[in-house]
Design a binder for this molecule. Structure first.
Ligand SMILES: [Zn+2]
Length: 789
């Protein structure tokens, strides 16, 4: 039988602007059907292996193109199309074939092509027709797409990171393709989308165990292959993220069952499998405190294997500034520095400026007095699975304190220890070995390291996966979303800022402040309420004023907080959020219910910032001493309702009024549905538990002085449900007294009962909201004119 094979691969970082051009492929050599002979120790080893294995079974191999480029930005469109079309032309020229083996990456993106592999596979399918098996080998950092799945018979990706099992997977693929061609098996595939973005090392538990679990599943009768595609986080393409797929021999039900089972098992490990990452400070502290050496430090953010430029200097600056000696550092991609050192020759000693050249992510260049210790003109490094990687002319320079730096000419991540030792650097004698690599270094450096640390530097490959700047990819993934995959999921409609290390959300509306003294209205929600609850009030106020509604931690789109509810922390966070959002002028706080207590605490802490206060049917510090909060069984039942709804069930009947209330504001209905979650209820419960504490904090806050204050309240008592705590009725009886007490907090106050309003309707029903907005307008005018009443 006759099999066709090709290798066409790169991993595209779409956040990098520099494109991958023809030169990027030529750097590794483009081979046209002869890689197995001309590049037998490089990537051509794949073709050697395919030929060898097929020949052993008595089959013929038609070898097509081999083209690989080091990751960078999108491949130039014409370059991609030209190389692709060469493969397709070879396939046509080969005449009828019995099977196709495509060695691809799975994360190649070109201008105009978000899914290059899907494109290649589907075009190959057009040529060979439906009956010829197409097998595809992918890197585990792949985007597994529907188009790939539709076009191929079998897709397998590596299981190990570092990718030590590439040839085992290739062998497995060849076996399945040959078995399919010879009619022994009929591969079918099922996929489970894990909705996760991240990086997972298989060198440690529990990921090492998960790999064993996948391998064990492959031993089940009828299972041909199990793959977990980790995805490549730094690509903004529609179908990215971690996916688990299972290939069975014509048993779709088994494939689906296993894919879901294993995909869920991987999801369940999410809190334990994250890659540990330390700041530069922490890393060096920990490394220097480690007895002996070498401590190997991975500068993961500057990994050229993910598209970084490998010339960032953050770690080198840190080492030099601290006077740390006996360090090996590499490889720094700096062609100019390499040339100066080659020209100067071994033994030359001079002031060299190196690194920090390619862009802001590279940091500043560093000036060091160095001695050229060695130059190797055609250096290379050992790689995974025996593939040697050319590094071009490489130089070892030594700076003060025995800081040995490797300069490279081909931009490639550190994989083999011989990148250093081949130049003459003895790694075992070093205190620190700092490598520009995310994980592939681990196969060779792990065994000689006293310990391995992963440092987080400000270079290209941010590992803040929750905040990667995706525009195309949908944002419904973990860790951006705690529970992705919900039918009502919605990305934050407003603005997100990191405050106190956690994302906080606000929705801004109305005109920008006309002057530095015009106040912004800030709405503080009632207990358990999120920003959209106040959408109508916000809409009414923003006709004239700048208005912000925000979400406290754990409500709306603000990240949850494990600590108990605390008024002062809540106030400090709001202050930080406003600062982050650029709200530097005065504010008027509008607090509903519990929000009134929080307003008092905020004003006590930031008196200069608060120009006025509005209390909307606000809680009084004394009321919480009068009754116990609702039993937690009530919350348990509500939790079940919400979980059902978020799993795709119908909304409970008590949610129906929301549709009517906001019929003219459909985006608010969507927002409120997205927020009707069990997690929001957990926050509500935490707020309820913290009420007595927050009430005491509010009661201990200073009064409002002569700050303009509007106390707007609802006379009509809310109807109590049967069986309600009778103490609540006592609170209702004292309500007018409480409101008067609020008003007494300021010498410039207005106390207004909103006729016909109830506690919630005064912020929800249009005519009542209009009344409230008019009163607030009056207060705003009073503030603006500085009038006294
Ligand atoms: Zn990879």
């Amino acid at each position: 039988m006759k099999f066709f094979t090709t290798l066409f691969a790169t991993e595209t970082n779409t956040f990098v602007s520099a494109p991958t051009g023809l030169g990027s492929y030529e750097e590794y050599g483009i081979f046209r059907g002869d890689a197995s002979t001309r590049d037998a120790t490089g990537y051509g080893l794949y073709a050697v292996e395919v030929r060898k294995q097929l020949a052993a079974k008595g089959h013929e191999t038609v070898e097509s193109l081999l083209a690989f480029a080091q990751p960078l930005g999108r491949t130039v469109r014409s370059v991609y199309e030209r190389l692709r079309d060469e493969i397709l032309a070879d396939l046509r020229d080969a005449g009828p074939v019995d099977g196709v083996i495509l060695v691809l990456h799975g994360a190649m993106v070109a201008e105009g092509y978000d899914d290059c592999e899907g494109d290649v596979i589907s075009r190959v399918r057009e040529i060979v027709g439906p009956g010829v098996p197409i097998g595809v080998s992918l890197d585990l950092h792949c985007h597994f797409t529907q188009k790939m799945l539709d076009g191929a018979d079998t897709i397998i990706c590596y299981k190990e990171y570092p990718h030590t099992d590439a040839f085992e997977r290739l062998t497995e693929l060849i076996r399945i393709v040959v078995d399919t061609a010879e009619g022994r098996v009929r591969p079918v595939t099922a996929v489970h989308d894990c909705r996760m973005v991240g990086k997972w090392h298989t060198t440690r538990e529990p990921m090492a165990g998960f790999v064993r679990r996948m391998q064990a599943a492959e031993q089940l009768p009828g299972v041909l292959s199990v793959s977990l595609g980790h995805g490549f986080p730094w690509a903004d393409v529609p179908e990215s993220g971690a996916k688990l797929w299972v290939v069975t021999d014509n048993d779709p039900a088994l494939a689906a069952k296993l894919a879901e089972e294993l995909g869920r098992a991987f999801w369940d490990l999410r809190h334990e499998t994250a890659v540990p990452s330390l700041s530069i400070e922490e890393t060096l502290e920990r490394a220097m405190a480690t007895p002996g050496g070498p401590v190997v430090i991975a500068d993961t953010a500057d990994n050229p294997g993910g598209g970084a430029t490998s010339d960032s200097t953050f770690m080198l600056h840190a080492v030099v500034e601290r006077g740390i000696g006996n360090v090996a550092f590499g490889g720094v991609w700096d062609l100019g520095a390499v040339q100066l050192c080659r020209d100067a020759g071994v033994g030359a000693s001079f002031e060299l400026r190196l690194g920090g050249k390619c862009g802001p992510a590279s940091g500043d260049p560093i000036d060091l007095h160095v001695t050229v210790k060695n130059v190797v003109e055609a250096h290379s490094q050992g790689g995974l699975s025996g593939v040697r990687t050319p590094m071009g002319p490489c130089v070892w320079v030594q700076a003060a304190n025995g800081v040995d730096i490797v300069l490279i000419s081909k931009r490639n991540q550190v994989i083999g220890a011989d990148l250093f030792t081949g130049l003459g650097i003895d790694l075992t004698a070093k205190k620190l070995v700092i490598v520009k690599s995310a994980q592939h270094f681990h196969a060779e450096f792990g065994p000689l390291a006293k310990s391995v640390l992963y440092v987080s530097t400000p270079a290209s490959l941010s590992t803040d996966f929750a905040n990667l700047p995706y525009r195309v990819r949908d944002l419904d993934y973990w860790p951006r979303v705690e529970q992705p995959g919900r039918p009502h999921h919605m990305a934050a409609p407003g603005e997100l800022y990191t405050v106190d290390g956690r994302k906080m959300h606000l929705q801004r509306s109305g005109p920008a402040p006309a002057s530095a003294t015009q106040p912004t209205i800030v709405i503080e929600a009632g207990g358990g309420c999120a920003s959209p609850t106040y959408a109508r009030l916000q809409q009414a106020l923003s006709a004239k004023y700048p208005v912000i509604a925000y979400d406290r931690a754990g409500m709306g789109w603000s990240e949850a907080d494990d600590a108990p509810f605390d008024g002062e922390r809540t106030a400090h966070r709001l202050h930080g959020l406003l600062e982050a959002a650029g709200v530097t002028g005065p504010i008027v706080l509008v607090g509903h219910s519990l929000g009134g207590l929080l307003n008092r605490i905020y004003t006590g802490l930031y008196p200069q910032q608060v120009a006025g206060v509005v209390m909307l049917d606000a809680s009084h510090p004394d009321q919480f001493a009068m009754y116990e909060h609702p039993p937690e069984s009530v919350f348990a039942a509500e939790r079940v309702k919400r979980a059902d709804f978020q799993a795709g069930g119908k909304p409970p009947p008590e949610q129906a009024p929301i549709e009517l209330l906001f019929a003219d504001l459909p985006q608010v209905i969507r927002q409120l549905k997205a927020l009707y979650t069990p997690e929001a209820l957990d926050t509500t419960l935490a707020e309820v538990r913290g009420l007595p504490h927050v009430a005491r904090q509010a009661g201990a806050s200073p009064d409002l002085g002569s700050r303009p204050l509007a106390v707007l309240w609802a006379k009509q008592p809310q109807a109590l449900p049967p069986g309600a705590d009778p103490a609540i009725a006592d609170v209702q009886k004292r309500w007018p007294e409480f409101q008067e007490a609020h008003a007494a907090l300021s010498t410039q106050r207005r106390l207004v009962c909103i006729d016909g309003a109830e506690h919630m309707t005064m912020v929800l029903l249009p005519p009542l909201v209009q009344r409230v907005a008019e009163e607030i307008d009056g207060l705003m005018v009073q503030i603006a004119s500085g009038t006294r009443r």
